[in-house]
Design a protein around this ligand. Structure first.
Ligand SMILES: [Zn+2]
Length: 538
């Protein structure tokens, strides 16, 4: 910007909610060369594009701290408006930065000799040929070659890292293997990955003991980057699992971020009344500890995660062989009925009637139905139904698990250190969880405006400034002079989610304009042609 008062884009007449949690205030916002200037309302200024935002809120673009969108733009033609419903669902919500690589699963790093083996697993996890990369730089280069509307950052997934060194095996890492894992992690963090994530309920992450994770989290700590964890148990042993995470943070020195905090399953309902005070106590004692949450009482994961960890030892080929063996299948049935120490048994904590099929590419007719219904209609045992489906679908079955209660979700949403993350799993086909298209408008509309659980400013802070601070996204998540021009303009009176379990990708109401790097990517609620999104390094 050469002349003061000249901008590329000017937003007039809005209420600026700046992402810090401070009260909204009337202001104009100028964008020049991808950066922001906040102006007193009505200050004379010029720009070739002026947006009249009377009655609207201007906020920093939302930062989705928890996605599984690692590969979706690599398999879907995201550059064509309407050609990538899954790609656009996030952007149309107002998300200007996605953080992927969560729950221990990322598209890097791995030793060169492991890449071929792993591409099969990642195809199952991500629903297409997304590739697998030796390090963050390789991942970033591949993404940079594909046009995208919003920005992407990635954590280093421990499960991927472990499989990329040891393979998909149920045993401790040797000291040499652990050294190799630490070196690969160190390299990717040096290249700009945002932190370390674990998914300690998922194989192969679950095969790791606490000491292994401490060693890796210490590498993240040296980079000043967080340890981000899907706890080893979010059900009846959630408190022990939280204590393990706290121990990892203490011994490694890493900041701790608990992913999609929940207390799921009938034995853990109401338990946020204990986990949240514990987190508050740790924070008061000086621990750098935060969490994220999505605004739904249902979760989503893969059907194979309903089986005990030993069943998945060796990856899908080994699981398929076990499913075909009647004695092994009987062992699985018993494990689910009786539980296995140290394993989060989703079915045992809820029941097959709470688990519905989100995506089964070769059996779309069963999508939306529960395993219990399918079993009853075929007069079959639910474990056999699940086994048959996994076999027929080559392991590619995603489920939705109605495992939580509203009071827990609200308690976590209201916690002052809880930020918003969708946990969206954009995989082609089927009916994904609606959180990928509805999370942010749902918090703003349902939980803030309708229920009054959060002020508008607090809700926005949880989607922006708090997230940027946690993940080291400098100059983002705030509306202030000199900040990156990632913005969302929405109507506070009408903003609402419309995505449902039946129609999970319906775009929201009230999200009018989304701006990334100073360019309009959503105009009047619809995709615009610009593709300014980049891979962010921290
Ligand atoms: Zn997770």
């Amino acid at each position: 910007m050469s002349t003061p008062g000249r901008f590329d884009l000017l937003i007039r007449g809005a209420l600026v909610v700046d992402g810090t949690g401070a009260p909204g205030r009337p202001a104009d916002v100028g964008v020049a060369a991808g950066r922001l200037t906040v102006l007193p309302p009505g200050r004379p200024a010029e720009a070739p594009q002026v947006l009249d935002a009377e009655g609207m809120v201007v906020a920093p673009g939302f930062i989705d701290v928890h996605t599984h969108s690692d590969g979706i733009t690599l398999i879907t033609p995201g550059s064509t408006p309407g050609g990538g419903e899954l790609v656009w669902a996030s952007v149309l919500q107002g998300v200007t930065t996605e953080i992927c690589g969560n729950c221990g699963s990322s598209l890097f790093p791995a030793l060169p000799g492991r890449l071929e083996d792993m591409s099969r697993e990642t195809r199952i996890s991500f629903g297409g040929e997304v590739g697998i990369f030796q390090d963050f730089a390789g991942f970033a280069a591949r993404h940079s070659a594909r046009p995208r509307a919003n920005h992407l950052a990635s954590l280093v997934g421990h499960g991927t890292l472990r499989a990329g060194v040891l393979g998909h095996v149920d045993r401790p890492a040797t000291p040499a293997e652990l050294d190799t894992m630490c070196a690969l992690l160190d390299l990717s963090l040096s290249q700009g990955a945002a932190g370390l994530s674990t998914g300690l309920i998922y194989t192969p992450g679950t095969y790791a003991g606490t000491d292994e994770v401490v060693a890796l989290a210490a590498v993240a700590a040296r980079h000043g980057k967080p340890y981000v964890t899907h706890l080893r148990d979010e059900m009846s042993r959630v408190e022990e699992a939280l204590e393990e995470a706290v121990e990892i943070a203490r011994r490694s020195g890493a900041a701790l971020h608990v992913s999609h905090h929940k207390t799921a399953g009938k034995y853990a309902w109401g338990r946020t009344a204990r986990t949240l005070p514990r987190i508050a106590e740790l924070r008061a004692g000086g621990m750098d500890l935060t969490c994220d949450v999505y605004p739904y009482t249902a979760g989503s994961t893969s059907l194979s995660a309903m089986l005990p960890p030993w069943a998945n030892d060796g990856g899908f080929p080994a699981l398929a062989a076990r499913l075909a063996d009647p004695a092994e299948r009987e062992r699985m049935r018993r494990a689910i009925a009786e539980g296995v120490p140290g394993w989060e048994n989703t079915v045992g904590n809820g029941g097959w009637d709470r688990i519905s099929i989100a995506c089964a590419p070769r059996h779309p007719e069963i999508e939306g139905r529960t395993i219990a219904e399918l079993a009853a209609s075929g007069d079959a045992d639910p474990v056999d139904v699940a086994a048959g489906l996994l076999t027929a679908e080559d392991g590619e079955v995603t489920i939705i698990s109605h495992s939580m209660v509203e009071e827990d979700v609200q308690r976590v949403l209201a916690a002052p250190y809880a930020m918003i993350g969708s946990d969206g799993v954009p995989k082609p086909g089927g009916r994904p969880h609606p959180r990928w298209a509805g999370t942010y408008p749902r918090v703003l509309g349902h939980y803030s405006r309708e229920l009054g659980l959060l002020t508008l400013e607090s809700a926005v802070h949880k989607m922006t400034g708090m997230a940027a601070a946690r993940f080291g996204l400098a100059g983002r998540g705030v509306v202030r002079d000199g900040a990156h021009a990632d913005l969302v303009v929405f109507d506070p009176a009408t903003v609402a989610d419309r995505a449902t379990f039946a129609e999970p990708l319906l775009p929201p109401a009230g999200i009018r304009t989304v701006i990334v790097g100073g360019e309009i990517v959503v105009r009047d609620g619809l995709p615009a042609p610009a593709r300014p999104g980049t891979v962010l390094t921290t």
